[in-house]
Design a binder for this molecule. Structure first.
Ligand code: NDP
Ligand code: GUE
Length: 288
């Protein structure tokens, strides 16, 4: 069997185009553009590329991008003061503080300082809690993008066996919450799991968010299963995912590539969340 390749780039472009059309309507109705503030501390080259791409995607959607670049030795107090200013700025609908932050800054304290109703990353504990109880909030962009790709393959997710590999607060845990909300039977495996492939081999859906290049082998996948590869690993061989793509594509029913899979969806979902935030803040209905 050869898997269908899930074209994340095309899905992301379609979502961004839909959002851009709705942003035009929003601007006509309210007389203002939705705004996203992105904060980058330090000069990590990969982070700088992401921030640039986010800014471009924001402007392409007809929204305003406010970019704040701070030196690597910025203190927590200075960063918290900037967050407070962005919380109070009516032109800002979404705030994203690019992670990772330098080690001398308490990242949790910074995430906690962001107004949950501007937290388009969905990283604030209030939004994690809202997701856990099924209340309206912001869902982290990467798992939300993964869910959208999955729903395209499986219009009915209910009852499917899903295994999420990884339990981080920004990918694995919210991914598991979303799949549970869709009535999948969800298993989370992690570095202390005794038999990772014993679990993945049973799964209709495998979401890999491990951070180890090509960790998931072809024979860990059940024939016909759907594989979502969240991994972004820079190696000598270039950008690779957490799945051995060539081998898994021989077994899976559908699989996301890296690059061109989940990554572009993350940015599209950030644009979506920012539009939704602007609608909520102005009391107009979000249409997507
Ligand atoms: N495409 C995108 O938009 C994004 C991609 N990423 C990428 O996704 C990947 C995961 O990111 P993130 O969740 O932040 O990473 P973390 O490092 O925070 O989490 C990795 C998880 O994998 C688990 N793990 C590590 N080793 C093993 C093992 N041998 N067997 C089973 N589980 C293991 C860890 O377990 P434990 O908890 O026990 O340590 C942990 O839960 C990375 O490659 C990252 O670059 C991340 C964000 C966005
Ligand atoms: N506050 C915060 N929010 C984030 O959402 C966040 C973050 N910090 N820190 C870093 C991670 C990582 N992340 C990616 C976004 C897009 C691609 C992406 O577009 N990837 C392209 C390839 C890009 C390339 O070539 O590097 C692709 O997979 O096709 C990847 C990874 C968001 N993150």
């Amino acid at each position: 069997m050869t898997a269908t390749i899930i074209d994340g780039k095309a899905h992301a472009l379609a979502l961004r185009t839909r959002v851009a059309a709705q942003v035009a309507t929003f601007r006509a109705a309210t007389g203002r553009a939705p705004g996203l503030a992105v904060v980058l501390v330090g000069e990590d080259p990969a982070s700088a590329v992401y921030v640039r791409n986010k800014g471009k995607a924001t402007r392409d959607a007809g929204m305003e991008s406010f970019e704040h670049r701070l030196p690597a030795d910025t203190t927590s107090d200075v960063l918290l003061a900037l967050v407070a200013r962005l919380n109070a700025d009516p032109a800002v609908d979404g705030i994203l503080v690019q992670l990772p932050l330098p080690a001398h800054i308490d990242a949790q304290a910074v995430l906690l300082a962001i107004d949950p109703d501007k937290d388009v990353d969905g990283f604030h504990p209030v939004n994690a809690g809202r997701l856990a109880i099924g209340a309206e909030g912001f869902v982290p962009c990467t798992p939300l993008g993964c869910l959208m790709l999955l729903q395209d393959v499986h219009p009915h997710l209910a009852g499917l066996e899903a295994v999420v590999v990884g339990r981080s607060n920004i990918v694995g845990k919210p991914m598991a919450q979303l799949l549970l909300q869709q009535s999948c039977t969800v298993t989370i495996v992690h570095s202390r799991t005794r038999d990772v492939f014993g679990h993945t081999r049973q799964a209709d859906i495998v979401v890999a968010a491990v951070g180890i290049p090509q960790f998931i082998r072809g024979d860990w996948i059940k024939p016909g299963a759907t594989v979502i590869d969240v991994g972004i690993n820079r190696t000598d061989a270039g950008l690779v995912g957490d799945v051995d793509f060539a081998a898994a594509a021989q077994v899976a029913g559908a699989i996301t590539p890296v690059p061109g899979g989940v990554g572009p969806m993350t940015i599209a979902c950030l644009i979506r969340n920012t539009y939704v935030s602007a609608c909520r803040r102005d009391g107009v209905e979000a249409r997507l």
